[in-house]
Design a protein around this ligand. Structure first.
Ligand SMILES: Cc1cc2nc3c(=O)[nH]c(=O)nc-3n(C[C@H](O)[C@H](O)[C@H](O)COP(=O)(O)OP(=O)(O)OC[C@H]3O[C@@H](n4cnc5c(N)ncnc54)[C@H](O)[C@@H]3O)c2cc1C
Length: 173
């Protein structure tokens, strides 16, 4: 039987992941890309001997990649090594960069005299962000939206305590 053909517009992470999934399902896949190289926003810019990331720098939600590779029956080709410090922020005119640590004690030391009670504030923020994540991941993040109205109704199913953040997200969409 002739293979069904799928045409994917765009070779960003979304297009590449969809292409992999469809190939595994037996589709003949063609990807059309308007830029001169694949990757979409996950890309590089080279200038004067320097290489710049133009998009993502943080690798989060690694379980999504595990799920993708498991679905496709491919051995995960990524080997992740956690960095410590996670990254450094340089400000013009300042010699010393700010080092960003996962360890909150170290982070608090780094921002001593700049951010008071950093551990307490960060733990509060992380707890609120974690609650929002768990209350919205299936209702909003993992859904497709074909219209602004559907985004609005999905956000309305998220518990009321998150409404300021949901209204802000709605305003941006
Ligand atoms: C500055 C920045 C920092 C970020 N930091 C992070 C981070 O730290 N961690 C993280 O997880 N995410 C980060 N992101 C988000 C992440 O980059 C995106 O979510 C992800 O790359 C989007 O992938 P995508 O496939 O949905 O879309 P895109 O990467 O936008 O891919 C769309 C592709 O479609 C192509 N295309 C569009 N229209 C057409 C057309 N008509 N014909 C042919 N081709 C077309 C485009 O050229 C592009 O290649 C960041 C994004 C930016 C911009």
């Amino acid at each position: 039987m002739q293979k069904k053909k799928a045409i994917i517009i765009g070779s960003g992470l979304g297009g590449l992941a969809t292409a992999l999934r469809l190939s595994v399902k037996g589709f003949e896949v063609e990807i059309l890309e308007k830029y001169h190289q694949p990757g979409g926003r996950l890309n590089q810019l080279q200038k004067d001997g320097f290489t710049f990331d133009v998009g993502p720098s943080f690798f989060s939600m690694s379980y999504e990649f595990t799920e993708l590779f498991d679905y496709c029956g491919i051995k995960n080709p990524l080997q992740l090594n956690e960095l410590n410090p996670l990254y450094a922020v340089y400000f013009e005119g300042k010699e010393k960069p700010f080092l960003i640590y996962k360890n909150l004690e170290l982070l608090q030391k780094e921002f001593a005299g700049i951010e008071d009670k950093l551990i307490e504030k960060t733990e509060k923020y992380l707890s609120a962000a974690g609650n929002l994540f768990h209350d919205s991941i299936d209702k909003v993040v993992r859904r497709n939206f074909n219209s602004s109205l559907i985004i609005f109704f999905s956000l309305a199913t998220v518990p009321l305590k998150h409404s300021p953040k949901c209204s802000a997200a709605c305003g941006r969409s």
